[in-house]
Ligand binder design. Sequence first.
Ligand SMILES: Cc1ncc(COP(=O)(O)O)c(C=O)c1O
Length: 331
Amino acid sequence: GYEILPSSAYEAQIEWFKEHHDFVMEREWLSYSPSVVASLGCAIRALSEVDDEVIVMDPVYPPFYSMVRDNHRRLILHPLHQDDEGVYRFDIEKLRSQITSKTKLLVLCSPHNPIGRVWSREELVELSGLCLEYGIVIISDEIHCDLVYPEHKHIPIASLSSDVCNATVTLMGSGKTFNMAGFSISTVCIADETMRKRYAEEQHRLHWGDGALLSHVAFEAAYRHGGEWHQKLLYRLDENRQKVVRAFENTEIRVNAPQATYLAWLDCRALGMGNRALREFFVQQAGVGLSAGISFGREGSGFMRLNFALSFEMLERALEKITHALENLER
Ligand SMILES: Cc1ncc(COP(=O)(O)O)c(C=O)c1O
C-alpha cells in the first residue's frame, strides 16, 4: 500500500502556481512533505549546522521558533514594527546589523501569520537582496499564499529572479487554500540542485515516505478543480474580514484589515491588561477563546488573534459576545 505522489499531482500544483502567482516551477524542484512545519525542520537541518544562526521575524507562527530551537540552532529575533498607519514592517538596516558570519538562514512567512501582511515586491526585493549579499538561504513559508484579498497580490519570493530562486526553499501547501490540513500533504520547492540534494538526504534520514493515496487524489483534485470553490471562499472570507473590522470600530481594540489570511490581529493594548488577564477576559467575560498574541512572540504582547474562518452566524455571535464584554468592562 505504499504510494508515491504522482507527477500529475505535482503538475496540477505547478499549473495553479503559474496561473495564480505567475511562478513557473519545474517538476524536479518539487517534493512531497507531510506538513509545512516538517519541511521547515528538515530544511533547517539540511541547510545549516548546530549553533548556526537563523533569523526569524517576531511575531510569527510559533513553530518557527521551536523548529529553530529544537534543532539546536540559534534564534535571532527580528522585531517587526508598526508604521504610522499600523502596517507591520521589517527594518532592513536593523536586519543587516543582526547578520554575523554564523547567520545561515532567514525564515520568512509570506503572507505573514499572524499579522496578515502581504509583502510587497519592493520589500521582497530588499529582503532577498540582503540575503544574497550575505549568502543567507531564504526559507519562505507561503502556505497562506492563496488567501489574499483583492487589493493585494502575493509574490512568491522565488519568482523575483533566478538568483533569488536559487537561494530559496519555498514551503507550499494545500492545507490553508483548500482546508486540507488533515490530509497531511504539502510540497517543498527547491530550484538549486545542491540545496535540493542536501534537503533530500535529510528527508531520507527521516524516512517520511510520500503519504497516502487518498491525500494524493484530494491534492490533485483540489488544484485541478478547486478554482471556483476557492473564489467563493475568498469572497466569503472577505465579507467576514470586513465584519470583524466594523465590529471593533468604536471600541478600544484596534484592528487593521488583514491583507491576507483568515486571521485578525487584535491590538488590545489600550485595555491595559497583562497577557494572562487579557486571555481570561476573552474566555471568562466574553466566552470566546482566541489565540493569545504573546504565544506568537514577545512582539505579540497585548494582542489577540481571531480566526474568522467561521460561518457568518457564528462569527456574528462571537463578535457580539466580545463587544458586549467590552461594554461591560469595569475600569
Ligand atoms: C505560517 C504557517 N505555516 C505552517 C502551518 C501549518 O502547516 P502544516 O499543517 O502543513 O504543518 C500554518 C498553520 O497554521 C501556518 O500558519
